[in-house]
Design a protein around this ligand. Structure first.
Ligand code: ADP
Length: 516
């Protein structure tokens, strides 16, 4: 390890390793195949770059982020480390040139895109090299459960047998739920003892979910109150980006925009304005942010609910990279669910739809939970023994908790009486005693109109809360249906109580919001 620390100082100018970095590097240098799960900004790169320097021979880095490869390689070279990359941006001759210089020795790190490994000729070329380490970046791409599955990642393990002595393997990712970690370990044959997960909680971030706000008014007011603070507003669609941008522009705010429908030149221009503090606020789709290293982002606001927790945490996590207090705010409306379902339905790969729907449910639950928001997220990623953050909107909520067990029993028994095969909206209408034609068939039920003192929308929100509490579960599908969980049965049998924060009226209605 002493040697590793010396290399750290010599090439990167840092004095000490972060805790998990040290463990991971030790493990790799002991020739153990390793999985390293660490949040963005946690310092994953050094976990393979230091071993690459310490070991003899070449380290191959497999990365899907072609646009970042050149930056990485330039950075390494400027630190005096011989590195190179091969991807589709190079011509045939350039690839041959890089391979020639790699064969001649000296190169310590070779970055390649995963698709290369499907080329037999290229693999033949690799065979002749002295490879001691294979680093697989963005390793979640190997798993169907990952949020960014790439079929070419499935071929990676085939190259392990190219050499008489298998190189050590290190897989790295920022977003692996327990399911994904298991998949990675199984496909790359990594022993579960060699999985290192570092703290996902970001202590300087304060999380908030706001439901039923007039989003436009909220955003304007927030920015007015936080003049000179840099922030990102993420919106679900390009159209939405354009309208938020115009609204802020007309209010005299220095604003930039970024989405996939803009010309590359314009996108780069806007991105630079934001990075150089010429624009205070960036309004963007999820196309913005990868590889952006702006440390003083004080807030990240989501104008609509994103499609899953992975994307949310990745995007929200762009706030406060400098360690200073920053806010992550999600503006939720129940219509966001339909938007996301629609986007999932449009997906190219039909096989992914059930997985995406399940992931969607987790973020819907996040929007309705009354538990600590930071804990909810880090537990989703597999962190255990998490303590409440003490400052998110839920931890700071001082409204009293009231006993809603009886109303919960009414909802649960209605779900049972309806045969556990209907969705949230219909169930809410039955409980509200709606005259809607679709629910006439249920008028004979003893639970019809049993929650008349609430309207169907309030009941639907209550059902969302019961789902977030795992008392009701959702069977995903084009028309998701709800059913009672084991815990929910405990409520029906009066074995457990249900406590909920006293509900306060939302201050504005959605129709005030001109964007919706
Ligand atoms: P990740 O790949 O996990 O997103 P990076 O490897 O890009 O993170 O590291 C994030 C930042 O932290 C970089 O600027 C890197 O130089 C810095 N960093 C990493 N390890 C250390 C360390 N031990 N000491 C100081 N800075 C570090």
């Amino acid at each position: 390890m002493q040697q590793a620390e010396q290399l750290l100082k010599q090439y990167f100018g840092y004095n000490t390793f972060r805790m998990v970095q040290q463990q991971v590097i030790d493990n790799v240098l002991n020739e153990q195949d390793t999985l390293c799960v660490m949040p963005t900004g946690g310092g994953k790169s050094l976990c393979y770059q230091i071993p690459a320097l310490a070991l003899e021979g070449l380290t191959i880095v497999i990365s899907p982020l072609i646009s970042l490869m050149k930056d990485q390689v330039d950075m390494l070279r400027s630190n005096g480390i011989p590195a190179a990359f091969i991807n589709s941006s190079l011509s045939f001759q350039e690839v041959a040139e890089v391979m020639r210089s790699v064969r001649n020795g000296g190169t310590k790190l070779l970055y390649i895109a995963p698709e290369r490994l499907e080329n037999d000729m290229f693999c033949q070329d690799l065979m002749g090299l002295n490879v001691s380490l294979i680093a697989i970046d963005e390793a979640h791409c190997i798993s169907q459960w990952g949020h960014d599955f790439r079929p070419s990642y499935r071929s990676i393990h085939k190259i392990f047998t190219l050499w008489s002595k298998k190189p050590t393997v290190i897989a790295l990712t920022a977003t692996a739920t327990p399911n994904v970690s298991e998949d990675i370990c199984q496909l790359l044959q990594i022993d579960p003892d060699n999985v290192f997960i570092s703290g996902f909680s970001r202590d300087n971030l304060t999380f908030k979910v706001l439901t039923g706000e007039n989003r436009e008014r909220y955003v304007k007011k927030y920015i007015e109150n936080n003049r000179n603070e840099a922030g990102i507003i993420y919106a679900a669609t390009r159209k939405s980006v354009e309208s938020i941008y115009s609204m802020l522009y007309q209010s005299g705010i220095a604003v930039a925009k970024y989405h996939g429908g803009m010309y590359e030149e314009e996108r780069n221009h806007e991105q630079n304005r934001f990075i150089n503090d010429e624009a205070q606020v960036m309004v963007a789709t999820n196309a913005f942010g990868m590889g952006i290293n702006k440390t003083n982002v004080r807030f990240v606001m989501h104008y609509q609910m994103p499609r899953n927790i992975e994307s949310y945490y990745q995007e929200a996590g762009r706030a406060g990279r400098d360690g200073l207090p920053s806010e992550c705010i999600l503006l939720y409306s129940s219509s966001d669910e339909q938007t996301q379902r629609f986007l999932i339905d449009q997906a190219q790969d039909q096989a992914r739809i059930p997985i995406e729907l399940q992931k969607l449910q987790h973020i819907i639950d996040y929007c309705h939970t009354e538990k600590c928001l930071q804990s909810y997220i880090v537990e989703y990623f597999g962190d255990e023994g998490v303590t409440e953050c003490g400052k998110c909107a839920n931890c700071a909520d001082e409204r009293p908790k009231i006993d809603v067990s009886q109303d919960a029993q009414k909802v649960l028994s209605c779900v049972v009486r309806m045969g556990q095969k209907f969705g949230k909206t219909i169930t809410a209408q039955v409980l509200a005693g709606s005259r809607n034609k679709k629910v006439v068939d249920f008028q004979h039920l003893s639970t019809y109109g049993i929650l008349k003192h609430m309207n169907a929308k309030e009941i639907a929100q209550f059902i969302d809360f019961l789902i977030a509490e795992q008392l009701l579960l959702v069977k995903p599908g084009q028309y998701p249906t709800i059913y009672v969980s084991e815990e929910g049965k405990g409520v029906l049998l009066a074995e457990r109580k249900v406590l909920r924060r006293a509900v306060v009226e939302a201050s504005v209605t959605k129709k005030d919001d001109p964007l919706f």
